[in-house]
Write a protein that binds this ligand. Structure first.
Ligand code: BG6
Length: 479
């Protein structure tokens, strides 16, 4: 197997809204994640035509309110990450801790103090923080008052927020990302853009307008970041689902190419290359509008051109297969993406098609398209864990999944790809983004908490904990 570079960033990844809890402490405002009910039906609830974002504790449970109580237990958690030998830890800052409503001009000092402590705790163990500025947790007020990211005013609010956190932490933190899985909005605009049926999610023009606003906001963050520290690296973050044509039928090949452009490539093309791609008009025409229908201000395109990102962060869980010639094929479930079932692949308990080779392909596609370093900032297996009487989980299925994906990264490195690091998702069990479940677990660390919010919240090492520790200490030589 190809050796991993000496400074390869092994670590793990989380997001504030899925683990911190303390949703209303120390001045924090509500985020959209705080208003998402738990359970597999969470997206259908928020997409009811008259949904109004009111929290209704009598009707629903809100698992993000407690998370796994990391806000009060971060020291214990970081210590466990350090014991595994993490070189880096990817987490996000909850925007609504810093600007509770999102539109204030002055930040909430208590919120900033929490991240001072979290960052220092990481640095104490020589763990490099990798920060996502916005990970599915925009302040709820920006949705209810302004209609989410389709409103251009959000550019200024985000710029203000990004400027505060970058100024405060750039000295201590080298790696940043602007928006988590920005492209997921094509199919699910709620978490990234604050758009649901009741405020315009069904009109694709709103999604592209929101993206344009996010591209401009992201470019402003890149500009600020680069002015603060010359070796700072700020990336985009793409949900990458390697896209295959179902077969060699040219119609399916063409459809796969178009799906790939619209989903995997569009946002990255703008954020990494700094220009809208040649196929922009064709994608927009497909949804019944044109680029000239978007609100684009003088100077926007220059700003994008002058401030591309430094690297491509991406999540990879599964691949997808496209077939437009046979309507009878079963569709596949997936990480906010669709497609048909691929007969060559097995799927997780949640129907996500497991495909390590797809990760090697993704790394090659991304690196060769953009020629900037790539960073696998999410990957993992959501599974039901069954702890024994000592709360030990023998999660060989997870070890197998991760081993195969690490081998795929090694393969990509041998193909010449410049890979910065690997941060498996949910390194400690946390609340699922798509279903709000605790029972969908990804971690090396088991958290005693169930889907009904019951449990001690105690942390226990799974078998994968010691396995990953060995992987890191041998720099990927022992898998
Ligand atoms: C990504 C998100 O889509 O996948 C994470 O960036 C999310 O926030 C992860 O948790 C896994 O998805 P899920 O739905 O299993 O939690």
């Amino acid at each position: 197997m190809t050796k991993f570079p000496k400074n390869f960033l092994w670590g793990g990844a989380t997001a504030a809204n899925q683990l911190e809890g303390a949703f209303d402490e120390d001045g924090k405002g509500l985020s959209i994640a705080d208003a998402l009910p738990g359970g597999r039906e969470r997206f259908s609830i928020v997409n009811q035509p008259n949904f109004d974002w009111k929290i209704d504790n009598a009707k629903y449970r809100y698992p993000n309110h407690l998370g796994i109580d990391h806000y009060h237990r971060y020291q214990e958690d970081i210590k466990l990450f350090a014991e595994m030998g993490f070189k880096c830890y990817r987490f996000s800052i909850a925007w609504s801790r810093i600007f509770p409503n999102g539109d204030e001009s002055e930040p909430n000092e208590a919120g900033l103090k929490f991240y001072d402590k979290l960052i220092d705790e990481c640095l104490k163990y020589n763990i490099q923080p990798v920060i996502t500025i916005s990970h599915y947790e925009m302040p709820l007020h920006l949705v209810t008052e302004y209609g989410g990211w389709k409103n251009r005013k959000l550019i200024g609010f985000y710029e203000n927020y990004a400027s505060v956190v970058l100024n405060r932490y750039a000295k201590k933190v080298k790696y940043w990302m602007t928006f988590n899985e920005i492209n997921s909005a094509l199919h699910f605009p709620v978490m990234g853009q604050g758009l649901v049926k009741s405020n315009g999610a069904d009109d694709k023009k709103n999604i592209y307008q929101a993206w344009h606003n996010q591209f401009v906001a992201g470019a402003k963050a890149v500009k600020i970041a680069h002015s603060l520290r010359s070796d700072l690296m700020i990336g985009c973050m793409i949900l990458y689902a390697t896209t295959y044509a179902y077969d060699a039928n040219p119609e399916n090949q063409l459809a796969a190419l178009k799906e790939n452009q619209a989903f995997n490539e569009f946002c990255g093309d703008v954020q990494v290359r700094g220009t809208y791609p040649a196929y922009t008009e064709s994608v927009m025409n497909r949804y019944g509008f044109s680029f000239k229908d978007l609100e684009v201000h003088d100077g926007d395109l220059e700003l994008l051109k002058e401030n591309p990102v430094d690297y491509i962060g991406f999540s990879y869980y599964m691949s997808t297969a496209v077939n437009v010639t046979d309507k009878n094929l079963d569709s596949a479930n997936g990480n906010l993406v669709g497609g048909v079932k691929n007969p060559f692949l097995k799927a997780s308990d949640w129907g996500w098609q497991i495909d390590p080779t797809g990760l090697r392909i993704a790394l090659n596609e991304l690196y060769n398209r953009y020629q900037k370093p790539v960073f696998v900032v999410e990957n993992g297996l959501g599974a039901v864990d069954k702890p024994d009487e000592n709360n030990f989980v023998q999660d060989d299925y997870r070890i197998n999944y991760l081993r195969q994906h690490i081998e795929a990264i090694s393969g990509a490195i041998s193909d010449g790809v410049d890979v910065l690091g690997y941060t498996p998702w949910g390194c400690i069990d946390l609340v699922s983004a798509s279903t709000g479940q605790m029972s969908k677990r990804y971690g090396f660390i088991y958290v005693d908490l169930d889907d009904n919010g019951k449990g001690t919240l105690n942390r226990y090492k799974k078998a994968s904990f010691n396995w990953y520790k060995k992987v890191i200490s041998t720099n990927g030589e022992e898998l």
